[in-house]
Ligand binder design. Structure first.
Ligand SMILES: Cc1ncc(COP(=O)(O)O)c(C=O)c1O
Length: 265
């Protein structure tokens, strides 16, 4: 089937699950707009359109997790804006403070907020208690961080650098170990395979070897977690949004040298 048909089939699996579980028992679907830590898996536009349609049809809320994609990483302020969908709830964290201090936030549609209000009761609001909630230092830092993002046009910059990073590394698609290269804003994944046709994952030792090779040359990259057992074979590259042109060039040259060196073509 085509990529588009496959994406629609994946969305259908969500609807089948909602119906199987009983529509009235499903409060929400929660998803990242693009799976990042699981291997930089960028969906086709039809997938998100269809998931949104399914949620609306069954009265199920659509929660978009912007913990990684949010605050510019995707080349837009929020990852879901790349697809034009409208979530009911958005979760946020990392980029909110650029991780200088821990802070997270959840935004909800007005009517969801209002649903918790009850003026006849002094507890007529949504109460969520946590030990470090509302930490003033973290909030002050987040505000300053958002100012810097705007002042330095880091969202637009992420888009430009992401494209540059992808085009700099796309030549590696010819490499015998590389099954695919995917990017979304300034996050990029290189899928390492044992077989370019079947896409059978490369051995974990090879994945770790490439990461160690980069580290020895001063470049720290990551890999995806084992979201699906045996498929933690995607190198992940997500440099700071404030990276310089030279930083991006360094990443391209180092990754290329490591893959073409000890991991010969
Ligand atoms: C996509 C995504 N959502 C949520 C989380 C969890 O965020 P937190 O640690 O702020 O609860 C993570 C953590 O890495 C994440 O990558």
């Amino acid at each position: 089937m085509t990529v588009e048909e496959f994406n629609l089939q994946c969305a259908q699996a969500i609807e089948d699950t909602i119906v199987w579980e009983g529509v009235e028992t499903v409060a929400a679907v929660i998803m990242e707009p693009v799976i990042t830590g699981g291997g930089v898996i960028v969906p086709h536009q039809v997938y998100l359109d269809r998931v949104q349609e399914i949620c609306r049809k069954h009265g199920v809320l659509l929660i978009i997790d912007e913990v990684i994609c949010g605050f510019g990483r995707s080349g837009r302020k929020f990852g879901h804006q790349n697809f034009g969908i409208k979530p009911d709830i958005v979760t946020m964290a990392k980029g909110l403070t650029s991780a200088y201090l821990p802070l997270s936030a959840t935004a909800v549609r007005k009517d969801i907020y209002e649903a918790f209000k009850d003026n006849s009761d002094s507890y007529g609001h949504f109460r969520h208690v946590n030990t470090f909630g509302g930490n003033p230092a973290a909030c002050a830092l987040a505000l300053r961080n958002l100012e810097v993002l705007e002042q330095e046009n880091l969202v637009e910059r992420a888009d430009i650098l992401g494209q540059r990073l992808y085009s700099g590394l796309s030549g590696l698609l010819e490499h015998k170990l590389v099954g695919d290269i995917r990017s979304f804003g300034l996050v990029l994944g290189i899928e390492l395979v044992a077989d370019k046709v079947t896409k059978q994952p490369a051995d974990l030792d090879i994945v770790k070897g490439v990461i160690a090779g980069c580290k020895a040359k001063g470049l720290i990259i990551g890999k995806n977690g084992d979201t699906v057992a045996g498929f933690n074979n995607v190198l992940t590259v997500a440099p700071p949004l404030s990276s310089t042109d030279e930083d991006i060039q360094f990443i391209v040259e180092t990754l290329t040298a490591v893959l073409n060196g000890s991991w010969a073509k």
